[in-house]
Design a protein around this ligand. Structure first.
Ligand SMILES: Nc1ncnc2c1ncn2[C@@H]1O[C@H](COP(=O)(O)OP(=O)(O)OP(=O)(O)O)[C@@H](O)[C@H]1O
Ligand SMILES: [Mg+2]
Length: 349
């Protein structure tokens, strides 16, 4: 039989045989009628072995349930998202993860079986998981390091500066000191400089690891951060809380705080925003934190991972932190209409 483009059945046979995606066809009972070379590679069986085998043999208990669901949807005409992810057991017992598309095959108006096209994505998934694990480890290490540096600044450097200030105070205002005027002025300037250095140091330490978060918790820490933004950068920023805050682990509080910190940093650095809001909604089964700005918005990359190659790690870090907290993150942005970063964490964690 020839199609209108003149492709013969032999041409189609060639395409089927040599496609790099695995393809197989089975009847209503699951008995395999045909399979191509790529399917030999994915399944580990030869074509001769495959033909006549039952397709359920490739399925784990879990994937069997999914296969039944796919079949039900296809037969009832219910919508099915394709391709879907499935796990297949190979001849050697190992499991491959495939992206698979399935369609019923119909002869004379009757469904006689199913066609499958599958691509092996096992390595891709493994790489993604390794990458995720790696990013999580780095995120944890970074937090430990920040905590250590903040503690040293607070506990070692700050007290030393404070002693210097107290000594300068004593020298300058000491009743017995008969310092020449110029020296007294110089010491006064030195005192002002040292006080400024101490204030800056407190700010750096707070950014690294806000004590207010450890001491008073998430809401006061977010309020402090939005107040700072308003004071230092003239952005009308505030924190809004809806519902009653449940007891959250220090880890989840820190993760949420870091997400808000990065989103507000982005709003300040990139958005040219004049206003920003951190909204925390405590519901019975989840926490939703939304950080919105009224800035210029931006075009989101298809995959957050695309940003890694450009050295931009803020958005990736937010996604990873939401995942570390057991939840997920979504960013909505439209040019000229501002940006919203939404983190949802199920509760109890
Ligand atoms: N709120 C925002 N408004 C406008 N553009 C934004 C906003 N947030 C992010 N962007 C855009 O997305 C890019 C990626 O953001 P991301 O936070 O990942 O990286 P970065 O801020 O450039 O660098 P890093 O966070 O690693 O210091 C930014 O460079 C900016 O162009
Ligand atoms: Mg950033």
């Amino acid at each position: 039989m020839k199609t209108k483009f003149g492709l013969t059945e032999q041409n189609y046979r060639y395409l089927f045989e040599n496609a790099s995606d695995a393809m197989w066809v089975h009847d209503m009972e699951g008995n395999i009628i045909d399979a191509n070379k790529a399917d030999e590679i994915i399944s580990g069986y030869s074509r001769d072995e495959l033909i006549g085998m039952n397709a359920t043999q490739f399925l784990t208990d879990e994937s069997r349930a999914l296969a039944r669901e796919v079949r039900r949807k296809l037969l009832s005409g219910e919508e099915l998202e394709q391709p879907y992810e499935q796990r297949l057991v190979r001849k050697d017992g190992t499991i491959r993860i495939v992206n698979i598309a399935t369609s019923p095959f119909i002869i004379d108006g009757e469904v006689r079986g199913f066609l499958h096209v599958a691509r092996d994505v096992t390595e891709e998934r493994r790489l993604q998981e390794n990458m995720r694990f790696y990013v999580q480890q780095i995120t944890r290490a970074q937090e430990d390091e920040r905590k250590r540096i903040a503690r040293e600044l607070h506990d070692d450097v700050a007290p030393s500066l404070l002693i210097v200030i107290q000594h300068l105070n004593a020298i300058i205002s000491g009743t017995r000191s008969k310092l020449p005027g110029l020296l007294k002025d110089n010491l006064g300037d030195l005192r002002v400089e040292t006080i400024e250095a101490l204030e800056n140091l407190h700010r750096y330490a707070q950014d690294l690891r806000p004590r207010i978060l450890d001491d008073l918790g998430l809401v006061p820490a977010l309020e402090w951060m939005t107040e700072e933004l308003a004071e230092q950068h003239k952005i009308d920023a505030r924190t809004e809380v809806i519902g009653i805050e449940p007891t959250l682990s220090p880890e989840v509080q820190l993760l949420l705080f870091r997400i808000a910190q990065e989103a507000l940093n982005n709003a300040r650095r990139h958005a040219e925003a004049s206003a920003a809001v951190v909204k925390l909604e405590f519901e019975s089964d989840k926490i939703r934190m939304t950080i919105s700005d009224n800035g210029k918005g931006f075009q989101l990359p298809n995959q957050a991972e695309e940003l890694a190659g450009t050295g931009k790690l803020g958005i990736i870090g937010m996604h990873e932190r939401a995942r570390l907290a057991g939840g997920r993150l979504d960013i909505q942005s439209e040019l000229g209409k501002g940006t919203q970063v939404i983190a949802e964490i199920p509760f109890p964690e």
